[in-house]
Design a protein around this ligand. Structure first.
Ligand code: SF4
Length: 625
């Protein structure tokens, strides 16, 4: 590649900046060739194999050309519920190629991609880094004809730019925010940087940590680790540098609240990072932005520049002697597993995003071996409001065991999808009322790695038939009703809520989609995570095809337990779509299991012999049957 030397020197041939080097090459020529990889290896001192394994790991990197127009169509379940198949078919017909391939003339590359954080406005696609939402076959026709004319992709946007900062000159995206309910974080009752401007000098780092501890704020990414405690650990560990990382790799299907926070409240997020740095003594700040949100990069970098000008980043921040800290945004390249903090750190160091063995935990030994504190976007935004108004104020929201508020990303079968800031303790029934959902069959709480919750309403089912099938453990699921509450003691969630009405085929469409997601996103390190989701999916197929026996259900339950031995959360939860639907919707499985026998009595020997005879080109011999 022509400019490769220039790119390499821009990043000082630094192997830890490999992601940026690869992203720059990708930006310029759309792929990273073998020759490029050899040159990068020589310049950075990493082996060719290491470069190649990084390139091959991420969805948006490729070692071969992917077409002049690279079209990545989101395959999340909510997109599928809104005629993604029709959109896909239209793309294939008009681009004259199939998904996973590049058209013969090299114009179009069609690719499936996991959730791109647009569930409230899908089906959506990313074409040469520009986001297109609410796709229909008609709009695809317009898009493809514009591309055939050779128009720049940005000119093909068929609606006005979105609301708020989506219309900012540095964003210009047709994405909309859909903010429906505001509380602690989203209310515009705070002048950005007030805490840094006014309050911080009077407070010691210890006082900041104490306030966060007293607020009982827990990590909002989903894991729920107490933020104050994490900061206290981080401050204690000795290191030449300390690092604050904001995890903006929002990849759980159905979640898009961090996208909205970064669009409309970036100052709050960055101020939270600066407060974290002050409290823990960190001097390096990194925000890991998922590739799907690349359209926000220029805008966010502008916000950081403004902060530098106003002395909220850099040296002696806010007039505090020796408080030096800055933030760099690192773009990812498409990998759900990088949401796991140690995988994210590996990626930041320019490697495959494979989770590390723990201990040591990142807080002891993280980015480049330094003590590293990783928090979610929402967590940092919340911290600012807590420091501004105090822990006692914050404790007045939520419930005893789950204090404060939570941002929900609601999508699926409801009238008002979007972002809702609710107090912890809200019931699923209230969530349904709030977003205008009726005729609800199930709610997926926490994305595919979470739980599929059913209703108390079993009127549509034949109860005596159910009783015949249900085991006592199956009956217990009847407790899992829509009056369950979102809280750390009942239904914890990172914020993804997907609603399914009674017309949806939960097993064939929803569970299968979620299993495909985990199969696609496994990093492949652990045999359990690499193999079991596929085996479980095949078993589910067998059941849905009418060949299931009772033992198959028991196998699924047992195999789900095997997955718990996986190294990281992805593998540990990869069986959840099947396990939680088995617990809460067992009758759906048993409807398909036609026989109580232990063997598959549906096997048709005659048909199988005919099929195999046809395959090998022989005449079937059936007289002995
Ligand atoms: Fe990789 Fe899955 Fe193992 Fe996690 S559980 S390390 S994603 S193989």
């Amino acid at each position: 590649m022509k400019n490769l030397d220039k790119i390499l020197s821009e990043f000082d041939n630094n192997p830890n900046r490999l992601m940026d080097i690869l992203l720059s090459i990708h930006d310029e020529q759309g792929y990273i060739s073998k020759t490029d990889m050899i040159q990068i290896a020589l310049a950075t001192g990493r082996s060719f194999a290491e470069i190649q394994e990084t390139v091959s790991f991420y969805h948006f990197f490729s070692s071969k050309p992917r077409g002049k127009y690279r079209i990545y169509l989101d395959n999340s379940i909510t997109a599928c519920m809104r005629n993604r198949d029709g959109v896909k078919e239209t793309f294939e017909n008009l681009c004259e190629t199939k998904f996973g391939e590049v058209s013969g003339d090299g114009t179009f590359g069609l690719f499936n991609t996991s959730c791109i954080g647009m569930n409230d406005q899908g089906p959506a696609a990313i074409i040469n880094d520009v986001v297109f939402t609410n796709l229909t076959p008609y709009r695809v026709k317009q898009l493809v004809s514009g591309m055939r004319e050779g128009l720049p992709v940005k000119e093909l946007i068929y609606e006005n730019y979105g609301d708020g900062n989506n219309s900012d000159p540095d964003v210009q995206a047709m994405v909309i925010n859909n903010i429906r309910k505001k509380s602690v974080i989203l209310k515009r009752d705070y002048e950005p940087f007030s805490v840094l401007n006014n309050g911080i000098k009077e407070k010691s780092p210890e006082e900041i940590i104490k306030t966060v501890e007293e607020s009982n704020l827990r990590g909002r990414g989903g894991a729920g680790f107490p933020t104050g405690l994490k900061w206290r650990f981080g401050r204690r560990v000795e290191g030449k540098h300390r690092v604050i990382i904001c995890n903006a790799d929002e990849g759980e299907p159905g979640t898009f609240k961090d996208r909205v926070l970064l669009t409309e409240y970036p100052e709050l997020v960055f101020e939270g990072m600066v407060l974290g740095a002050y409290a823990t003594g960190a001097d390096i700040g990194l925000l890991y932005l998922r590739y799907e949100y690349k359209y926000l990069l220029k805008f966010l970098n502008r916000k950081l520049s403004e902060m530098r000008k106003n002395n909220f980043l850099g040296k002696d921040i806010a007039g505090i002697k020796d408080f030096n800290f800055d933030i760099r945004i690192q773009l990812g390249a498409g990998a759900y597993v990088c949401g796991e903090e140690s995988a994210l750190i590996e990626s930041l160091e320019g490697k495959r995003g494979e989770p590390r063995d723990k201990p040591p935990f990142p807080v002891e030994k993280g980015y480049l071996g330094y003590p590293t504190i990783v928090n979610n976007v929402e967590t940092f935004a919340t911290v600012v409001k807590i420091i501004n108004r105090g822990a006692q104020w914050y404790r007045s929201f939520g419930t005893k065991d789950s204090l404060g508020t939570k941002l929900l990303s609601i999508s699926g079968d409801c009238k008002f999808p979007g972002i809702y800031e609710v107090e912890w303790g809200i019931s699923l029934k209230e969530v349904m009322e709030m977003c205008g959902a009726d005729n609800v069959q199930a709610i997926q709480v926490g994305g595919p790695s979470g739980m599929l919750i059913g209703s108390k309403d079993i009127d549509s089912l034949n109860k005596s038939e159910m009783l015949k099938w249900y085991k006592p453990s199956g009956m217990m699921v009847a407790e899992k009703y829509f009056d369950r509450k979102l809280s750390y003691s009942d239904l914890p969630t990172g914020g993804s809520i997907i609603i399914f009405n009674k017309e949806r085929d939960l097993l064939r469409d929803v569970v299968m989609n979620f299993m495909d997601f985990f199969i696609e996103e496994s990093c492949g390190s652990c045999s359990t995570c690499r193999v079991m989701p596929m085996v479980m999916k095949k078993k589910l197929h067998k059941i849905l095809n009418g060949h299931g026996v009772r033992q198959d259900i028991e196998d699924l339950l047992n195999w789900g337990k095997v997955l718990k031995a996986s190294r990281c959360g992805l593998g540990q939860t990869a069986g959840n779509p099947i396990l939680s639907s088995l617990v809460n919707f067992r009758h759906l499985y048993e409807e398909h299991v036609k026989s109580l026998a232990d063997f598959d009595t549906c096997f048709d020997m005659e048909k199988a012999i005919k099929e195999s005879s046809n395959f090998v080109g022989r005449k079937p011999v059936l007289h002995h049957l």
